[in-house]
Ligand binder design. Structure first.
Ligand code: AMP
Length: 289
């Protein structure tokens, strides 16, 4: 695996690959890689001829009081994990490489970027879409792989790709979980042993909704109350939101008969965690696209 720090070099290797008739798969990440990230790399490996992964902790998507400076970084470990997955190129740019002084252009998906996590984290999704648009232009991938774990991000990236005619196919991969159900996240590293146990309440609240939906409950209001009740059982965990929305528009839905995204965000100590499930009208868990 080759490590590249220069955007221009990445563009060259991608162009050369495509000129040779190869399909390029791209996995954007912020590093501190875990099995969730690696599942994206494996899917990319299976679907594309050349796999490019980026590791870049994007300052634009962190609020002033958020964890940008303490976000876990371990480039050596990340690159060893990616090499073991037979990733071809690791794009590891500096902040200056991605944002040379004087850059003033933003990409913002209005209407979606303020919903769910965008509501609690103003400016977050504008930072995400700006960096992803830049990465797409640098890497020019045929396919880009994202995790359903960040369900609002998936909706927003899909909308950006559609609105701005990006010539890239978005592939969404299922949420990878620890054995007890906790969604894998780089931020789980912040949790102490007590918090690690408390964090399970997010998954429990989603499973409660899944069970009720399986039994035929379709009212979002009632399902939300049930989910929020489970969240309240863990006093140390502060609920940010528990929402039932359309997976594409992120607008609330009154009932889940047509399928819905059930999404939760909460603070465990100062660590903000998110999780979600997709339910179908029949209550079965829906597959990510
Ligand atoms: P991040 O490094 O947190 O920006 O995540 C990079 C990509 O990995 C995003 O598309 C995430 O949705 C995805 N991802 C993170 N955690 C998981 C997980 N537990 N399962 C599947 N994908 C994940």
């Amino acid at each position: 695996m080759l490590i590249l720090a220069s955007a221009a070099e990445v563009t060259v290797v991608s162009k050369e690959a495509r000129r040779a008739g190869k399909r390029v798969g791209f996995v954007p990440t912020m590093g501190a890689l875990h099995q969730g990230h690696l599942s994206l790399v494996r899917t990319a490996r299976a679907q594309a001829d050349v796999v490019i992964t980026s590791v870049f902790v994007n300052p634009l998507q962190f609020g002033p009081t958020e964890d940008f400076s303490k976000y876990p970084r371990d480039a050596e470990k990340d690159s060893a994990m990616l090499a073991a997955e037979k990733c071809d190129y690791l794009f590891l740019p500096s902040v200056e490489e991605m944002y040379p002084p004087g850059a003033t252009t933003w990409v913002n998906v209005e209407g979606l970027s303020e919903k769910l996590d965008g509501h609690s984290r103003p400016g977050h999704f504008r930072g995400v879409t700006t960096v992803v648009a830049k990465l797409f232009n640098i890497v020019q991938p045929d396919f880009a792989f994202f995790g359903q774990k960040d369900a609002a991000q998936v909706a927003i990236i899909n909308k950006m790709v559609h609105d701005l005619n990006f010539d890239v196919r978005i592939v969404v991969c299922p949420i990878m979980r620890e054995a007890d159900g906790l969604a894998m996240s780089s931020r789980n590293a912040y949790l102490n042993p007590d918090q690690r146990k408390q964090a399970l309440v997010l998954y429990r609240s989603l499973m409660r909704v899944q069970t009720l939906a399986d039994r035929g409950e379709s009212s979002s209001a009632r399902l939300k109350v049930a989910g929020a009740q489970v969240m309240a059982e863990e006093a140390a965990v502060k609920l940010d939101y528990f929402e039932i929305v359309n997976r594409d528009t992120l607008e609330p839905v009154a009932d889940i008969s047509g399928g819905a995204l059930v999404a939760v965000a909460a603070y465990v100590g100062s660590t903000r965690l998110i999780d979600n499930i997709l339910v179908t009208g029949k209550g079965n868990a829906a597959e990510p696209r």
